[in-house]
Design a protein around this ligand. Structure first.
Ligand code: GLP
Length: 262
């Protein structure tokens, strides 16, 4: 795992954007895994800037979102289909037909989950997966207790997650109780992973992800088994890392161009 501690959220976005652009920029038809939430917004802004300036072209790209609320149609403004369209697909000029989101209205969600994994495989797999992290260590909507080998499927949201996401709804009661989420096993098949986190509220989850025991209690800790992960965080989100001095030393000894390219 490469742990990059940045000064602030903007720098997190620039570093994560540079990493993603490096990994997919030369490919005519890359496959991106994308996340909703506040954490990746600065990264999307950075990617959109690269597209505007002409150094990145995502017109041939395909993208797969991590998750969707069960019961919200894609037209609902707080559905993840609508959110990822607004935050990512439109700003970077992605072909709307190649922006995939799990079908939260499917009559048979588990069947929809299987189809989603098949669609990812048919696209050739995900080249780089961008992740945020929940305060309880979830990635996608894989709440604590998720199987580390799980596939895309329906999950029950924890009350803590529903409360955290209530800010996008009139009240917590309107936040759906279930979701369809890529599984931890699905996420682990991405060739590269970039996880972004900012703020003190994420510090415990980031420490669990990077340094804690691999455990379903902190689902993001499964990433310790992935050979190509970048964890890009600000000072506050890094504040509980025990080996912080070592990560800084690694960074200090490598020029930024080499850092992005590895
Ligand atoms: C939701 C999403 C996750 C996201 C998390 C954190 O639960 N399903 O993909 O990482 O929220 O969101 P934020 O970045 O807004 O803190």
């Amino acid at each position: 795992m490469e742990v990059v501690v940045c000064r602030d959220a903007d720098e997190v976005g620039r570093v994560a954007g540079a990493r993603i652009a490096h990994l997919v920029g030369q490919r005519p038809d890359p496959v991106l895994g994308v996340a909703t939430g506040s954490s990746p917004l600065a990264t999307y802004a950075d990617l959109a800037r690269r597209v505007r300036e002409g150094s990145l072209d995502l017109r041939g790209a395909t993208a797969f979102a991590l998750d969707e609320y069960v019961g919200l149609p894609p037209e609902h403004p707080q559905s993840y289909a609508a959110t990822i369209r607004r935050d990512f697909a439109e700003p970077v000029g992605l072909d709307p037909d190649r922006m995939h989101v799990p079908d939260g209205t499917a009559a048979n969600p588990d069947e929809a989950g299987r189809r989603y994994d098949e669609a990812i495989a048919a696209a050739g797999g995900i080249d780089v997966q961008l992740l945020g992290i929940g305060a309880n260590g979830h990635i996608g909507f894989n709440e604590p207790s998720s199987s580390l080998a799980s596939r895309t499927r329906m999950k029950t949201l924890t009350m803590a997650t529903r409360e955290a996401n209530a800010r996008f709804f009139e009240s917590v009661d309107e936040v759906p109780t279930h979701c369809l989420t890529q599984g931890l096993g699905t996420i682990m098949e991405a060739r590269h992973v970039v996880l972004v986190a900012t703020g003190e509220a994420k510090a415990e989850a980031v420490a669990g992800c990077v340094e804690g025991p691999v455990s379903t209690s902190c689902p993001a800790s499964v990433l310790q088994f992935h050979p190509k992960v970048w964890v890009v965080v600000d000072e506050a989100a890094a504040s509980r890392l025990r080996n912080r001095a070592y990560y800084d030393e690694v960074l200090a000894n490598r020029p930024p161009s080499q850092l992005i390219a590895d």
